[in-house]
Design a protein around this ligand. Structure first.
Ligand code: G3P
Length: 218
C-alpha cells in the first residue's frame, strides 16, 4: 500500500519525507488556500522534495481552460499527476492527458459508476472521498470495496484506487484490508498511526530497566 500525504504544507511534507515512508503528495484548491502560498512555485517546491506522484488540481471546470491549465501543470515535472474533477469535461481532459502519457488523478468520486468512467478514461488514480460519504450518513469504505472489486474484474483497468478524505487510522487499516492501492492522509492521521498506549508504557519500562543495569551500548 502506498502512502500519500494530503497537504500543501511544505514543512509537513519535508518532515514526512524524511521518514522514508512517503510515496507521494495530493493537494487541492482548499489546501492551497490554507497554505497561503503561490500555487505553481509551491508545486515546484513539493516536486523537489518528493519523487513520487504529486497531485496538482486544475481550477477551471470547462474543457478548454482545464486543458490549458493541465498542460501548464504537467510541465512542472514528470511526476506531477494532474488532478481533474469527475465531470464529463474533466474526464475528457483525463482521456487526452492519459493518451499522451500524463498521470491523472480523478477527484471528487462518490460512486462506483463514476470510478468505472475514470478507469475507462485512463486515469492513473481514482480518488473516492470516503470521509465526506461518512459525513452524510453513507459508508465510504463500502465504496472502496466496490471499486477495488470492480477494477479487479478487469485487468485492463490500470487505475489505482487512491482512498481520499481520510479521517482516522481505521480508514487506513480497513482500506488496506480491502486492498486499496493508495491512501492519502492528512499529516495528523499519519502521525496517529504510530501511537499505541502499550507501546508508550512498554518503552518507558524498558528505558527504566536499562538504566538500572548501569550498562551502555555505545
Ligand atoms: O484531497 C482530497 C480529499 O482528501 C479531501 O479531504 O478532508 O477535505 O474531505 P477532506
Amino acid at each position: 500500500m502506498k502512502f500519500f500525504v494530503d497537504t500543501a504544507d511544505i514543512n509537513e511534507i519535508k518532515e514526512l519525507a524524511s521518514t522514508g515512508l512517503l510515496d507521494g503528495v495530493t493537494t487541492n484548491p482548499s489546501l492551497i488556500l490554507k497554505s497561503g502560498k503561490s500555487f505553481i512555485p509551491l508545486i515546484e517546491e513539493i516536486c523537489a522534495v518528493v519523487s513520487g506522484p504529486v497531485s496538482a488540481e486544475v481550477a477551471s471546470t470547462d474543457y478548454e481552460t482545464m486543458w490549458k491549465e493541465a498542460d501548464k501543470l504537467r510541465q512542472i515535472a514528470d511526476h506531477v499527476a494532474v488532478k481533474v474533477p469527475l465531470t464529463p469535461d474533466g474526464l475528457k481532459v483525463c482521456k487526452r492527458l492519459s493518451d499522451e502519457g500524463t498521470m491523472v488523478n480523478v477527484t471528487l468520486c462518490f460512486s462506483a459508476a463514476q470510478a468505472i468512467l475514470a478507469a475507462k478514461a485512463g486515469a492513473a488514480f481514482i480518488s473516492p472521498f470516503i470521509g465526506r460519504l461518512d459525513d452524510v450518513g453513507s459508508d465510504g469504505l463500502t465504496l472502496i470495496q466496490d471499486i477495488v472489486g470492480i477494477y479487479g474484474n478487469y485487468p485492463d483497468f490500470q487505475t489505482e484506487v487512491l482512498v481520499a478524505s481520510i479521517r482516522n487510522p481505521m480508514h487506513i487499516v480497513e482500506s488496506a484490508k480491502i486492498g486499496a492501492d493508495v491512501v492519502t492522509c492528512p499529516p495528523s492521521v499519519i502521525k496517529q498511526l504510530y501511537g499505541h498506549p502499550l507501546t508508550d508504557k512498554g518503552l518507558a519500562a524498558f528505558v527504566e530497566d536499562w538504566k538500572k543495569t548501569g550498562q551502555s551500548i555505545l
